[in-house]
Design a protein around this ligand. Sequence first.
Ligand code: AMP
Length: 141
Amino acid sequence: MSYDPDNIFAKILSGDFPAYKVYEDDVAIAILDIMPQAAGHTLVIPKSASRNLLDADADALSKVMPVIQKIAHAVNSAFAADGVHIQQFNEAAAGQTVFHLHFHVIPRHDGVGIKPHTGEMEDQDVLATHAQKIKDALAQA
Ligand code: AMP
């Protein structure tokens, strides 16, 4: 299957659709997931266009991993997490719902489960507060 440039993350990358953006560099942006599986659930979205890992350019993939690490450190600190869960889905059969490569970065706490994937929409004020916490952690890094 080919890349559809009208997908929602392409629109967020181009600035045509709003998002709770917490980070941007030449390689990627990081935004809050609007249906978080846990507080602080962040998506790292490479700027390079691909549907997912399967059709991604290897060089683009190697450049995005340090961004994922940076965001993992930031959510770990911002949410006083006990661990950080990285997940990434490839094609609908594997659970992918938005077809522009992205990585889920989810702070986790001992003994606390996560909500279902693409579950409930989070309150806007809560998302704004969480975005600021992650930006503050990145500024202190
Ligand atoms: P995936 O199923 O791995 O393709 O994940 C797509 C993720 O994007 C899901 O966790 C959704 O909750 C999330 N999502 C969908 N639309 C938006 C949006 N406009 N802004 C932020 N996150 C979104």
